[in-house]
Design a protein around this ligand. Structure first.
Ligand code: G3P
Ligand code: MG
Length: 251
């Protein structure tokens, strides 16, 4: 797990540079020396953990249909790179295990568990726990979700796995729920202020904000003392972080 005090978190790999949630994107996040990469998972018709953001394959592949209606074999036949740029033609939609094998020991992992249009995927948390343990990655994974039921299930079944609540709407005193439930906080950047950071830190809760892509959006978050920031451009975040600390003499 990241031991530095600040985590540069690549969003869907480094999706500003390569097609999101593909091996090319994870390779780019590693090349750019991000500390952790985020990715999104859905469950296929045959119960495989598919690394893709949307509940359908339409936007990021040359195929059509919901992930939950497609088998792994069908999904593996799709091109997940051409839509981004011709040089990425032939990139495939990965399964979680493939990404874990590729990144293990090089970069930490934030797995975001998504829902289908029908709601949460039954069984996805059991499959995820299996996969994290099979790859011996408990110490280098954080699981996050907007879906509290997933996080509750994880805390109950695998309390040794780190979890974080994703949220994009303000609610009262998120740090209280975080303490009660044993999770860290992944708020949208617009929801981060000094009270949130201070109250969370006073309780030992980490705050990782998402997803600024411009230096002027990143700097205030760094100034507030967040523990990590997700971005499509890890190299911009690193530069802003270095500049901020160089100015203050805290490098
Ligand atoms: O980790 C934060 C971010 O990934 C949540 O939003 O839509 O990019 O999955 P989204
Ligand atoms: Mg995500």
């Amino acid at each position: 797990m990241v031991t530095k005090s600040f985590c540069v978190l690549g969003h869907r790999g480094a999706m500003g540079h390569a097609p999101e949630n593909t091996m090319a994107s994870f390779a780019k996040a590693i090349e750019l020396q991000a500390d952790m990469t985020e990715l999104d998972i859905h469950l296929s018709k045959d119960g495989e953990l598919i690394v893709i953001h949307d509940s359908s394959v339409d936007r990021t592949t040359n195929g059509k249909g919901l992930v939950c209606d497609l088998t792994l074999e069908q999904i593996k036949n799709l091109d997940a790179g051409s839509w981004f740029a011709p040089e990425f033609a032939g990139q495939r939609v990965p399964v979680l295990g493939e990404v874990m094998e590729f990144i293990k020991g090089k970069i930490d992992l934030n797995v975001e568990v998504k829902a289908s249009p029908q709601g949460v995927y039954p069984g996805i948390i059991d499959r995820l726990i299996e996969e994290i343990e099979r790859h011996d990655m408990v110490d280098s994974v954080v699981v996050s979700s907007f879906q509290r039921p997933y996080l509750h299930e994880l805390r109950r079944k695998a309390p040794h796995i780190k979890v974080a609540l994703l949220y994009s709407k303000a609610f009262d005193e998120p740090w209280q729920e975080a303490v009660d439930q044993g999770w860290d906080l992944h708020p949208h950047m617009s929801l981060v202020d000094s009270r949130l950071v201070d109250e969370a830190h006073a309780r030992g809760i980490l705050v990782r904000a998402w997803n600024p892509n411009k230096a002027e959006e990143m700097r205030p978050l760094i100034k507030l003392g967040v523990d990590g920031v997700g971005t499509n451009y890890p190299e911009i975040l690193q530069q802003v972080w270095r500049e901020y600390h160089a100015e203050r003499g805290t490098l």
